[in-house]
Write a protein that binds this ligand. Structure first.
Ligand SMILES: Cc1cc2nc3c(=O)[nH]c(=O)nc-3n(C[C@H](O)[C@H](O)[C@H](O)COP(=O)(O)OP(=O)(O)OC[C@H]3O[C@@H](n4cnc5c(N)ncnc54)[C@H](O)[C@@H]3O)c2cc1C
Length: 407
């Protein structure tokens, strides 16, 4: 027996994109259902992003969705680059006149948003994998799950880069997607640290790149570039500790000591951006539409910005009968997504090194990188532009009107 639900907006996926859309629609009194294939415990324990941009938090604040974030989150306003023994400090909070990141792990934001939706009387349907989307070109779309069909006016596809929404959009044809596999390999993991790291540190050592990103007082996320062809199994905890000591030791007085390493896996080193974020009654948001590498920490922030704009479009549609927001959603978001992708690509290519360089080529490349970092960290237009893009001040974007540019 298949159960049926009728709602205005069906949302696939309880990540930042789906949950923020749902919470904003709930506050506006628009009926919706979120379906998530995993359990609530699973998504609330899945560590991923940790740096929320200024404008992301301003938006969540404006929607009443940042309560715990504002009391429990920490601020980050600088990054260090370490190249060939030289440590260069980028005080992006100072350069931008006060804009900072919020350090708040993504799974805690997910927990807060699930609490919010539960309190609104519309908790997500957990452990409910969506099998198929149909009727996207008809008067009613259908989200088909095992034993449940959800009929709706619009489907928000917030189910990530491998989800059914992405596949349904690809199958529908339309403008081609763009995709790139980067020729670098990087391990990522959570590392216990004996002291909190306040800012992000990018170390460009001869052996390869190490990135350290703050998460909590005792946990940092660590990215470690490894040779092409290596897998996580090739990197034991002892080998990683030794490699971190070798790459960081020479540069970092007072660097944290690393303890247990968890959640070790390969970073996805690819980008994928759809040609259109809309097909008929389906609107994509977040990773379902644009998968970036984690360089620059942009994915979750873009997901929230998508949610803000798509929710605004839906609210105008239902409250005022105005479809301009929904009709322009894809073009407006893709323009910003490509700007952010370009920034993330620039940062990635700055800090990672190609495999197979001779020693002379490696030194050449590192000295070039040092010159680039120097230009980004000394006062001037380059550092100002970089700092605003890095912190996501919102001053160079075409986001929804709720994203204010002031620090
Ligand atoms: C290691 C790592 C570090 C990162 N660091 C940062 C950072 O510092 N800053 C930043 O901004 N971003 C970062 N990101 C990226 C960020 O985590 C993602 O961009 C973000 O989660 C995208 O949100 P989303 O809502 O689009 O998708 P997701 O968070 O992936 O959510 C999609 C949801 O859909 C569900 N789903 C999938 N298929 C189905 C189905 N068939 N039926 C029902 N549900 C389904 C999934 O279970 C999932 O819960 C990082 C990512 C990784 C992996």
């Amino acid at each position: 027996m298949t159960a049926h639900i009728r709602t205005q907006v069906g949302i696939v996926g309880a990540g930042p994109a789906g949950l923020v859309t749902a919470a904003v629609l709930a506050a506006a009194g628009i009926d919706h259902v979120v379906v998530e294939r995993r359990s609530r415990a699973h998504i609330e324990g899945r560590a991923r992003a940790g740096l929320l941009e200024h404008r992301t938090v301003e938006y969540l604040k404006s929607q009443g969705l940042a309560g715990r974030l504002l009391t429990e989150g920490r601020r980050a306003g600088w990054s260090d680059f370490q190249v060939l023994g030289e440590r260069m400090h980028l005080d992006y909070a100072e350069i931008t006149g006060g804009f900072r990141h919020w350090v708040y792990p993504q799974h805690l934001l997910i927990r807060d948003l699930c609490d919010e939706l539960t309190a609104s009387g519309r908790p997500p349907l957990f452990s409910t994998p969506v099998r198929e989307l149909t009727g996207l070109d008809e008067s009613t779309a259908r989200i088909r799950c095992e034993g449940l069909d959800i009929d709706c006016d619009y489907v928000i596809g917030g189910d990530g880069s491998q989800g059914v929404a992405h596949k349904a959009l690809a199958a529908a044809g339309g403008p081609v997607s763009a995709a790139l596999r980067y020729p670098y390999e990087t391990l990522t993991m959570l590392a216990e640290v004996d002291r909190p790291t306040e800012g992000v540190t990018y170390t460009l050592a001869e052996q390869g790149f190490v990135g350290m990103m703050p998460r909590t007082a005792t946990i940092s996320r660590v990215h470690l570039q490894i040779p092409h062809g290596d897998t996580p199994a090739d990197w034991s905890t002892d080998r990683i500790h030794a490699e971190l000591a070798a790459r960081l030791g020479e540069f970092t007085p007072g660097a944290p000591r690393f303890g247990a390493l968890t959640e070790k896996r390969m970073l996805l080193m690819r980008g994928h951006i759809v040609g259109s974020m809309r097909h008929g009654r389906l609107l994509l948001a977040g990773d379902a539409a644009h998968l970036l590498t984690p360089f620059g920490g942009k994915g979750a922030n873009l997901a929230v910005a998508d949610a803000a704009l798509v929710a605004e479009g839906l609210i105008r549609h239902y409250k005022d009968g105005d479809d301009h927001g929904l009709d322009t959603y894809s073009d407006r978001r893709l323009r910003e997504v490509w700007e952010v992708q370009e920034f993330s690509d620039r940062l990635l290519r700055l800090v990672l090194q190609p495999d197979g360089l001779t020693p002379a080529e490696r030194v050449f490349a590192l000295r070039m990188k040092r010159a680039t970092v120097q230009s980004l960290t000394r006062p001037g237009w380059q550092s100002t532009a970089f700092a605003h893009q890095y912190v996501g001040s919102g001053m160079h974007c075409d986001g929804p009107s709720q994203l204010p540019p002031q620090a």
